[in-house]
Design a protein around this ligand. Structure first.
Ligand SMILES: [Zn+2]
Length: 386
C-alpha cells in the first residue's frame, strides 16, 4: 500500500505545478479553480475563482468547466489537494491544467489579491435552486441579481407583474415610483394590490406584497410625481429602469434623463388588445426619441385612464419587461435592444420590428446638443442649452 506521501509524489510527477508569481500573471485571463471545502472558501478566495470542493470534482466539473482545452489554475490551501485535483482533471481529459504550489495560504502570505466571496445562505440556495441549476445563471448570476437595483416607473398594470417577477427572481433592490392610491377599478389588472389595500398608497401596497413574497428584496418607495426636478436624483444609482408609464411627456423625460445617466430602460406599453416591449440601451441602441421622434396628437393617444385595456394583457407585457430586465442584468441571450416586440392579444401573435438609431436624433445622435432636463409640453421636444 502506498503512503499518502507516495500518492502525492506520484500525482505531482504527472502534473505541472506553477509558483505563486506565475499563477498571478494568469489572473484575470485564466480560470482559477478553488477545490477547498466551503468553510475555507468562505473565509477568503482568489477573486473570480470557481469554487468546486475536491469531493465534488469528478461529478460536477464537466458541467462547470465545459471547454476541456481551456487553461485552468487549480489551488487549495497548501498545494496537495490541488495536485490530486489536477491529476484527476487530466484523467477526465482536461489538457491544460496546472496546480498552484503553496496554495492559497502562500498566495495570501505573499500579499496577492484575495477577497471574501459573497455566498448564498442555505435559505437562498433553496429559494433560488432553479436558478442555480442553470449554469448560465448559477451562484454568480444569482449574486449579481441580489446586488442589482431596478427602478420601476409605476406600480400599475405593467409594474405589477414586472415587480412581482423581479422580486421573485431575487433582484435585491427594487425602487417603485407611483403617486396614486389603490382603487377598486385597478384590481382588474394590477395584481400587486388587493381589496384590503383600497385607498392605500400604491407604493406602500406594492412594498407589502413584494416583501411578503421575498424578504431578500429591499423595496424603496417614491410616492411622488416624476418630474424634471427629481428625475435625475431618483434614477441615480439604479442599474436599470422598467418603464410602465402611460404618458408621452414622462417617457421623453425618462429617456433624456436615462441617456444622461446611461441607464438602460426596458420600455413597455399597452393599448386595448395590444402591447409593445423594447429596450433602450443608451448609445448602444436606439433611444425612445429615435423610435418615436414626436408624440402623436393627444386625441390619438389616450392614456390608460381613458382607454380600455383587456385584463391579462399587462401581465404578459410586464412579464416580458421583467424577463428583459433580468437578461440585461445578467448579460444573457439576445435582448430587445434595437428590436420592438409587438403582441396582439386578439390574434395571439408576436411580431418583432427592427428599431434603428436615428443619426439625426436630437437626444442621442452625434450632433445632439447637451441634454437639458426640463418639463415637457405636449410636443415633448428636447430643451436646448442657451
Ligand atoms: Zn435617440
Amino acid at each position: 500500500m502506498p503512503t499518502a506521501r507516495e500518492l502525492l509524489n506520484a500525482a505531482k510527477s504527472e502534473i505541472r505545478e506553477v509558483d505563486i508569481d506565475e499563477a498571478e500573471r494568469q489572473l484575470g485571463q485564466v480560470q482559477f479553480l478553488d477545490v477547498r471545502e466551503p468553510d475555507e472558501y468562505e473565509q477568503g478566495a482568489i477573486p473570480g475563482a470557481l469554487h468546486l470542493p475536491r469531493g465534488h470534482l469528478e461529478m460536477q466539473v464537466e458541467g462547470k468547466l465545459v471547454d476541456k482545452e481551456a487553461p485552468v489554475v487549480v489551488y487549495c490551501a497548501g498545494g496537495a489537494r490541488s495536485a490530486f485535483a489536477a491529476q484527476t482533471l487530466g484523467e477526465l481529459g482536461y489538457t491544460d491544467v496546472v496546480s498552484m504550489a503553496g496554495g492559497f495560504n502562500r498566495w495570501k502570505d505573499q500579499g496577492k489579491p484575495w477577497s471574501t466571496p459573497q455566498t448564498l445562505t442555505a435559505d437562498q440556495r433553496n429559494r433560488y435552486q432553479r436558478h442555480l441549476l442553470l449554469p448560465e445563471v448559477g451562484e454568480t448570476g444569482q449574486q449579481k441579481l441580489l446586488a442589482s437595483k431596478v427602478l420601476l416607473l409605476g406600480a400599475g398594470g405593467l409594474g405589477s407583474p414586472a415587480a412581482l417577477y423581479l422580486a421573485a427572481a431575487g433582484v435585491g433592490t427594487l425602487g417603485i415610483i407611483d403617486m396614486d392610491v389603490v382603487d377598486e377599478s385597478n384590481l382588474q389588472r394590477q395584481i400587486l394590490h388587493n381589496m384590503e389595500r383600497i385607498g392605500e398608497r400604491k407604493v406602500d401596497s406594492a412594498k407589502k406584497t413584494l416583501t411578503a413574497m421575498n424578504p431578500d428584496v429591499d423595496v424603496a418607495t417614491y410616492d411622488v410625481r416624476l418630474g424634471a426636478d427629481n428625475v435625475l436624483d431618483i434614477i441615480d444609482g439604479y442599474d436599470l429602469i422598467v418603464d410602465g408609464t402611460d404618458n408621452f411627456p414622462t417617457r421623453y423625460l425618462v429617456n433624456d434623463a436615462s441617456l444622461l445617466k446611461r441607464i438602460p430602460v426596458v420600455h413597455g406599453s399597452i393599448f386595448r388588445f395590444e402591447g409593445q416591449v423594447t429596450v433602450f440601451d443608451p448609445y448602444n441602441g436606439p433611444c425612445y426619441r429615435c423610435m418615436i421622434p414626436e408624440p402623436p396628437p393627444a386625441e390619438l393617444a389616450p392614456s390608460c385612464a381613458e382607454a380600455g385595456v383587456l385584463g391579462v394583457l399587462p401581465g404578459i407585457v410586464g412579464s416580458i419587461q421583467a424577463l428583459e430586465a433580468i437578461k440585461m442584468l445578467l448579460g444573457l441571450g439576445d435582448t430587445l435592444v434595437g428590436r420592438l416586440l409587438a403582441f396582439d392579444a386578439l390574434e395571439e401573435s408576436f411580431r418583432t420590428f427592427k428599431v434603428r438609431r436615428d443619426p439625426a436624433c436630437p437626444a442621442c445622435g452625434p450632433d445632439a446638443g447637451e441634454i437639458i432636463i426640463a418639463e415637457y409640453d405636449e410636443l415633448c421636444m428636447p430643451h436646448r442649452a442657451h
